[in-house]
Design a protein around this ligand. Structure first.
Ligand code: ZN
Length: 67
């Protein structure tokens, strides 16, 4: 996880919370959350949890399919 500057806002459209995590866009592509433009994706606590939950589900699907 990258460190982020203070005062950076969440990259999710319509969210104005302060970001606590940053990710590369590639990593984030698994999610269907709508994002503002930018090279990196910044997430607030709430959206980070949402994203983590979604990617966890995807991983479980993969395991079922290939495991
Ligand atoms: Zn957010």
């Amino acid at each position: 996880m990258g460190r982020i500057q203070k005062g950076v806002k969440c990259s999710v459209t319509d969210c104005n919370s302060e970001a606590v995590r940053s990710l590369s866009r590639n990593k984030f592509s698994a999610s269907d959350l709508k994002l503002k433009e930018g090279k990196r994706v910044y997430l607030c606590e709430l959206h980070y949890k949402v994203w983590k939950k979604k990617t966890k589900n995807l991983r479980e699907i993969d395991r079922l399919r290939y495991g």
